[in-house]
Design a protein around this ligand. Structure first.
Ligand SMILES: [Zn+2]
Length: 146
């Protein structure tokens, strides 16, 4: 999953706008080191000609936490943000005949499930972590019929 589309989808679902300010903050998050502080975002924005209020940046970083792009951690009383990996997780389908396992890795599947949940009013934190499908593969199925 792509950070941009994850954030954009989240905002769209809540009828919020993907404003220039939000784009700059997201860009700053992408360009920052995996662990960063709000000041890093402010500095990045300033370097790109935007003077942002701390409250604006903080509010948007909290939004990104809700999307699952970053995580808020406290360290020595300071707010530290950590970028999360948005790699597509692997889902498994296993056969209870021969116990062979197959992987399903499909970003569309993940998006489909998230859309399905949101459409029914579930607030998701942006990632589908686990799906296990159990069944019988073609070979095990055939053996049974013999
Ligand atoms: Zn099997």
């Amino acid at each position: 999953m792509n950070i941009n589309s994850a954030f954009e989808d989240y905002l769209k679902d809540r009828k919020m706008f993907y404003t220039q300010v939000r784009k700059v903050i997201l860009r700053a998050v992408e360009k920052s080191s995996p662990c960063f502080m709000m000041e890093d975002i402010l500095a990045y924005a300033e370097k790109h000609g935007m003077n942002l209020a701390k409250s604006t940046v903080y509010r948007n970083l909290k939004l990104m936490c809700a999307v699952g792009i970053i995580e808020l951690k406290y360290c020595d009383g300071k707010c530290i943000f950590q970028r999360k990996s948005l790699d597509v997780p692997t889902y498994y389908i296993s056969c209870h005949g021969c116990s062979r396992e197959q992987n399903i890795k499909d970003p569309d599947l993940q998006q489909f499930i998230l859309r399905w949940c949101r459409a029914r009013g579930y607030a998701t934190d942006g990632l589908v972590v686990k799906i296990d499908v159990v069944g019988k593969c073609r070979n095990s199925h055939r053996e049974e019929e013999k």
